[in-house]
Design a protein around this ligand. Sequence first.
Ligand SMILES: [Zn+2]
Length: 618
Amino acid sequence: MFTAVILSQARSAESKDPYRMKKLWFLLFTTACFAQSADWATPAERSNYRTTPRYDETMAYVRRVAAATPGQVKVFTFGQTGEGRDLVAVAVSRDGVFDPQALHAAGRPIVLIQNAIHAGEMDGKDSCLALLRDMGVTKTRAGLLERAVVLIIPIYNPDGHERFGPFNRINQNGPEEMGYRVDAENLNLNRDYMKADAPETKAWLRLWNEWLPDFFVDDHVTDGADYQYDVTYNLTDAPGQDPAIASWLETTVAPYLENTVQDAGHLAAPYIDLVDGHDPTKGLNRFPGSPRFADGYVLLQNRPGLLVEMHMLKDYKTRVTGNYEILRALLQLINREADRLVKMNREADAAVIAAGKSPGHHFILRSQASKETVPFFYRGYKFTTTPSEISGQPWIQYTQEPMNIEIPRPARLEPTYSVEVPRAYIIPREWDHVIEVLQLQGVRMLHTTAPWTGEVQTYRCHDLKWRTRPFEGRHPLFNSEFGSGEFGGECAMVREKLSFAAGSVVVPMDQRSAKVAIEWLEPQAPDSAVVWNFFDPVFEQKEYAEDYVLEKLARDMLAKDPALKQEFENKLAGDKAFAASPRARLEFFYRRSPWYEVQRVGLYPVGRLTTLDGVPVR
Ligand SMILES: [Zn+2]
């Protein structure tokens, strides 16, 4: 309206007073610019949530916010993708303090919110653009920055994001087009946090160690069942987590998130993972945070993590606004409990350092859901199950009619495998790929200044079962995608005298990231270097004996050792497969000879040190 008045005045003034005309045209121009800049609708909002913006449009919006809020919003690049796109992060701080050291010193919590690791799951990105605007430009949510500094990764997987199309998420209800799950090398970044194969992971780890956030959020969209909740979440849990943080998440954070999200007109619940996808009444699973996942990884760094999983079948507007509400709720609580959170994180670090100084502490590496269950009040939908002539299995069809029932959920996670924390690990220098990963993870390392030979604890592993089909570009030693399955083999602890060249790496356990090193260096940990194939050559036999040579060896050994002769005869009598295999019968002797032992097949080359005394390190 105002514009139209100026326009008519300018036209009428045109012929009479050229100076006034110029002034009016200028006024018109600035009014138009103001009107445009005042339109802070996000790209998704502008399309009424039909679409989600591409990478360039997303970054243009972020930079526009930064330009409109000088000193409060900092946009920076923290690495490059495989295809060469910038990995962009946005820091938001009420007073322009962005230096992580200064923020830690001031006791201000840093919250890292990651979006689009699975680049078809766009809800978090679009809700973060709105949050960014509301904190920085319109200031309707300026209170969220009172104590906290928010670090947002709008698109963590830009290469996947730009593989844009309508067919990338078969289960998901909108937007019209979206990115794809994996990175340019077909790697699922949300299985890569320990092995760090992808350039995105390497960049993320550097960002993490530079900022050392106090709280981490990873935004996703579900697959799985249909139910009433639009917002599901997991305050990631593992038995090795710091107990004070675990208790705060359960008793304070979870109820606050659920109530606040519900008050805003959404419905939240813990992540729904059904025991039986064909029958919700059978109950829920419970699983530990595994370090190959973003939200499980941060537990090793003594920091709490929140996994957000928006329900795939809700419309895009409901999902983006619901995602916004859980982020807002979390930031509200973190501002309110800033001192408590910062203190708990410091104490969790101190506890890990203390455990690394004194022997006798155990660290839990594997756990499983308890058999004991507790009732969970489930807001599902009524469903029918009919036999399907297509699949030959029961066909579940959900109605939209609420079904509110109690179903069982495991009461807790129970440890199944733990190790005693050593004083330090020693890694021979030749295992440089293993050492590089620890460097990326921010683990502090010392180096030996001279060759050293000494007795260490280590493992002898046998009967390892690698997956025959590739998984995330490797053939790991476990049978479960989620890292909760059993270790695929046997490793027994032994004491061995081993030699280490000068320049070998010593990893002391009295450091805040000791748990990362334990996970990586204990062979039977779910995401160890052994599991992820970094030590495969150790398990290969490299010298072989000819049959006619072994015949002679066997006869000599039998002649000298009556007990061995008895053992051999018992095995022949009791083991048909053995008796039927000429090779196995000859191997029986070879494996018991120094000719085999010298090869050290299956001897893990990393040592566990109970003391640093006598080890020449700097
Ligand atoms: Zn996902």
